[in-house]
Design a protein around this ligand. Sequence first.
Ligand SMILES: [Zn+2]
Length: 358
Amino acid sequence: MKSSSRAQSVSLLDKSLLKTFPKVELHRHLEGMFSLKHLFELSRKNNLDTPEAFADFKKEVQFPKDSGPDFLLFLSKFKRYWYRSFDDIDYLVYHSVLNLKEEGLIYLELRFAPEHFAEYNDFDRIEVVKTVINAADRAAKEINLPINYLLTYNRMFQTAEQMIEQHKKIDKLEIPSIVGIDLAGDEVNYAPELYIPFFDYIKGLNKYKIDIHAGEITGPDQVWSAIEKLHADRIGHGISAIKDTKLLEYLKKNDIYLCQCITSNFQTGSWVDSPSHPLNDLYKMGYPVCINSDDPSVQDADLTDDYLKCVEYFDFSAEDFYKLNINAINASFISENEKRILISKFDKEYKVFLEKLK
Ligand SMILES: [Zn+2]
């Protein structure tokens, strides 16, 4: 058995094969997965001060493959000046979501920050939300990929009171595919306590699940705060939880999943290197984790690249990926009935994949 599992691991190192593994993803930012071809075309159309050659343009918007960790360089790749109209937003979002066809996804929870699209032109945030979801839904339908959305609120750009004010308007849209609210941004300088009023308000609405970026570059105390003070149902990254066994046991007991992002954590310097990424130990010790890409086009590494790292560094098999995707389904913000339907779809596609390994 050992040798056949070894042979399987070797064949899983074939990226074109691993791309077809049926995947469920919960932690991916729309602003970090733009189709670079279309972003380039948009920047040309709007006469932006960006490089004229596509190869140079890519260098401007992607983290260099040969670079060591660099948090500020990583952040500098997220620019917000691309759009001059709602049509620009529609164009970029639609084509970026169409590109997902290549990634083997069978269900995605996609997050976006209305502020990202609105801020430069002071666009109406409500119209931004409608435009983004309309464009993404059209593309998702074409590629037959079920998508739900999380709205990202950024610690650096709004106070809790401003978040509440904005969300009251968005909430009136009654968009059922907005299943969750995310808190992102600078964890170090903006303490979770600042956002208690906003997440008390969200919790009180009883409509949305809560996903908090925590313990990415801060310690396990911020994961505790995200859970105890901000009502987190799920944690973005949470890699520092590995230092706190009591926390890990709490996460396991309460089904609070840590959405892990190997490439992102290396590039931002959140974790020292990919081969020692905590995902491996957390998974093997039975704690609740799943695999996610975070910002694939900025990282110049897609979701399958993170799967490849799991094979290369942790010797994960197809069965491991099966379990990690069942974790993702359990961690998703869909209903219990929808989860059952998704598991049976996943089971079918997994069997098809296993046939390819024979
Ligand atoms: Zn993230």
